[in-house]
Design a protein around this ligand. Structure first.
Ligand code: 0CH
Ligand code: SF4
Length: 337
């Protein structure tokens, strides 16, 4: 009798011995879009192209994106990751991460004659410019800015660092939106981190607009297309799943938000799993339908690695549910572009 063959849409057939017990079936719902966004793709290309043009090592300030696998693959190509510029030797090339940097960072790089490349996502830079527009050089048109975001996150540090200290007040949550007491409620603006929960942010913006009717800001918020689409996609699969696995690193804000959105949208349980080697297989006990998505910084190879391994343990039925097609790409920054 020939070996049983299991065909998945994404991997080669896997043979199992006829002596083995028949495998339990598992339905896998793959959320689409998932994984890399245009800003992450560009940031990784910046590091790779810098190594190609200038030779190794190329220094990178902060993880280029919040994903261990990406970082390790770039390290293997000759990237050296540091947290601050004082760890970068003179005359070296240094790349700033996708999350953006405060103005003090390029200023310090120039002071030290470091050759720097800025991999800040253009959609984060757009928020930087918005902040500068509201601040209006601190002149008579200047508005105090409320930034909705998570304290200590590098994007928040970078965006607040576009302006002098005191120009921006951070709003972490709805409670802070309810209690903030700005000096002049008539001269306010708000901006947001790009990777927040769409629903939480809508609630915070509503509170701010109600309390401060003259506040200026974007139509909804500054959450980017990729964050929005990945949250919509996980919402579409979560209600039918017994478990949702979000492939992503623990320090990845957008990946953490996907996990929360999955649970709030009807999945009884959602877990952030950096990659297959971190999977505790016991979580699959009693799971008949498994949802899988990936944060904007998680490579698709990690999704395929997980699906291929699942196919060795279960008889898989894989369904991909795509809520939106994406065709965004960003050019490399000067001087690489
Ligand atoms: O989600 P966060 O911002 O923590 O960052 P990430 O996981 O590196 O994803 C890419 C977003 C970079 C800036 O928006
Ligand atoms: Fe840019 Fe959005 Fe990707 Fe962040 S998550 S890098 S803002 S596209």
């Amino acid at each position: 009798m020939p070996d049983q063959m299991i065909q998945t849409s994404d991997s080669a057939p896997v043979a199992t011995s006829p002596a083995e017990a028949p495998m339990r079936s598992l339905k896998v719902l793959l959320a689409g879009p998932r994984g890399f966004c245009a800003g992450v793709d560009r940031a990784i290309r910046v590091v790779e192209e810098a190594i190609r043009r200038y030779g190794a090592p190329v220094y990178v300030r902060h993880e280029i994106v919040h994903n261990r696998t990406v970082v390790e693959e770039l390290e293997a190509q000759g990237a050296i990751f540091v947290e601050e510029l004082d760890e970068v030797p003179a005359d070296a090339h240094v790349v700033f991460s996708a999350h953006g940097v405060p103005k003090t960072v390029p200023a310090e790089a120039e002071r030290r004659n470091l050759l720097y490349l800025d991999a800040t996502c253009p959609l984060v830079s757009k928020v930087h410019r918005e902040a500068e527009r509201h601040f209006a050089d601190g002149g008579p048109e200047s508005r105090h800015i409320l930034m909705i975001g998570h304290a200590g996150h590098p994007e928040v540090v970078g965006t607040m660092g576009q302006l002098p200290a005191g120009a921006v007040t951070l709003i972490n949550d709805a409670e802070e939106a309810r209690t903030v007491q700005p000096a002049d409620p008539a001269r306010l603006a708000f901006i947001t981190q790009t990777t927040l929960s769409v629903d939480d942010t809508a609630e915070i913006v509503e509170i701010l607009r109600r309390r401060f009717p003259l506040i200026e800001g974007p139509k909804r918020e500054d959450i980017c297309y990729a964050t929005t689409n990945r949250q919509e996609a996980v919402k579409a699969i979560a209600p039918g799943c017994d478990l949702v696995i979000v492939i992503g690193s623990p320090n990845s804000s957008n990946s953490q938000r996907l996990r929360e959105v999955a649970e709030r949208s009807g999945a009884p349980r959602a877990l952030l799993v950096p990659r297959l080697s971190n999977l505790d297989w016991s979580v699959l006990e009693g799971v008949n339908t498994l949802g899988i998505t990936a944060g904007a910084s998680a490579p698709e190879a990690l999704v395929q690695e997980m699906v291929t391994a699942l196919a060795k343990h279960f008889s898989l039925e894989i369904e991909e549910r795509t809520v939106k097609e994406e065709n965004v790409t960003f050019r490399l920054p000067a001087p690489l572009g």
